[in-house]
Design a protein around this ligand. Structure first.
Ligand SMILES: Cc1ncc(COP(=O)(O)O)c(C=O)c1O
Length: 393
């Protein structure tokens, strides 16, 4: 079955699961095995040498994990894909596999906190420098890329203020400078945005979020050009950040409903953003689907939906944040995002807890900001919940 031309909703269901599994199983079985036995040494040798397809040891490859890898490969239009134990494992393995001492990276100030830590604390120990640009300043990004770099690392939309980068423009500049472009597509998901089609070489995902979609499993994915993915695979084999087969199964199960969930989250988040935009107790709303958003025109061009994530600033500072959040019913006050249930929290206790108030302010993250990850609940209930919550703010 060739799924490369199928619509995404179809590919999300079938990719990686088109073959007949043992006993006619219609879903990928969980191959909870560390090792794979052979009838004879000759067969084993042929697989070990890579002359024949097969599995040897689950740190390297596993059939359940491969089914998941095939799903993201098709959904992102990639040549190859590999899975990791977490999103951070996917990101750090990608960087450590592709960079060497003396290399330079160009990235943005607003990347996910864990990724920023790699750029600011861990890579410098290996004499790898990162130039972190103002996220929406495309000219600065281009200037830094032109100075020479091995890798350009981007995220769009960003966490938590949903800034948008013109991926095609920056990937073009990177290619001209001979650099690899890596895009974290966690917030957008492959339903809303395909960075490879915009010129990126690699896409990384925290599949812990929208892809798995139920806040019940951790997983990371990397996909893109075959040669690069193979290089990262060789590093992962030794680094050991492989995905467990049962976690792979949870991600596979979640991804089958990805299109349904994301379409619903796109629609609900836009309605909620519009509701908040006109609210007298709200100062600012950050959502790329709003015409007032600084990145709206770029988002309209490069995304087919604006996603389930939004953030908003309240009048009345952190005390107002507390009052509103404590009054909501259909919201988990929790870290993470992209689940079927709505999650919300202030960046000062979640994604940016390790920064000082001044550092957060420098990133445009005020103490009155709330990050809101829209779930798949009925949007009328979510808006009514906010409306009731605001009465006590
Ligand atoms: C955009 C983004 N990338 C990467 C990660 C890291 O993923 P994980 O928690 O699966 O390691 C996160 C986690 O919140 C994220 O939001």
């Amino acid at each position: 079955m060739d799924l490369s031309k199928s619509k995404k909703g179809t590919a999300a269901v079938w990719a990686g699961e088109t073959e007949t599994f043992p006993h006619g199983s219609s879903t990928a079985p969980i191959f909870n095995t560390v090792t794979f036995a052979y009838e004879g040494l000759d067969d084993w040798y042929e697989v070990a040498k890579g002359n024949r397809e097969g599995h040897i040891y689950s740190r390297n490859t596993n059939p359940t994990v491969q089914a998941l890898e095939e799903k993201i490969r098709i959904l992102e239009g990639a040549e190859d894909a590999i899975a990791f134990s977490t999103g951070m494992a996917a990101i750090s393995n990608t960087l450590f596999a592709l960079l060497k001492p003396g290399d330079r990276v160009v990235s943005i100030k607003d990347s996910y906190g864990g990724t920023s830590k790699l750029f600011l604390e861990h890579l410098p120990k290996f004499n790898i420098e990162a130039a972190l640009c103002e996220t929406e300043d495309h000219e600065q990004l281009e200037r830094e890329i032109e100075k020479g770099c091995r890798l350009v690392y981007l995220e769009s939309p960003t966490n938590p203020t949903l800034k948008v980068i013109d991926l095609q423009r920056i990937a073009r500049a990177a290619r001209k400078a001979g650099a690899i472009t890596v895009v974290d597509n966690t917030f957008a998901t492959p339903i809303n945005q395909n960075p490879l089609a915009l010129g990126a070489n690699l896409v990384v995902h925290s599949a812990t979020k929208f892809l798995s979609g139920h806040s019940d499993t951790m997983c990371g994915l990397v996909c893109g050009e075959k040669e690069l993915v193979r290089e990262i695979f060789k590093y992962r084999e030794i680094n050991g950040a492989s995905l467990q087969p049962d976690a792979a199964y949870m991600a596979i199960r979640g991804m089958k409903t990805l299109e349904l969930r994301v379409q619903r989250q796109n629609e609900s988040a836009l309605q909620i953003a519009r509701y908040l935009h006109g609210h007298p107790k709200v100062d600012r709303v950050f959502y790329p689907g709003l015409e007032s958003h600084t990145g709206h025109d770029i988002a309209k061009r490069q995304m087919s939906g604006f996603g389930g994530m939004l953030s908003f600033e309240l009048k009345g500072g952190y005390e107002a944040v507390k009052r509103l959040l404590h009054n909501l019913t259909f919201v988990h006050l929790a870290a993470s995002l992209g689940s079927v249930s709505t999650l919300a929290g202030p960046p000062r206790t979640t994604s940016h807890v390790e920064l000082t108030e001044a550092q957060r302010r420098g990133l445009g993250i005020s103490e009155s900001l709330i990050r809101y990850s829209t779930g798949i609940e009925n949007v009328e209930d979510l808006i009514a919940d906010l409306e009731a919550g605001f009465k006590n703010v």
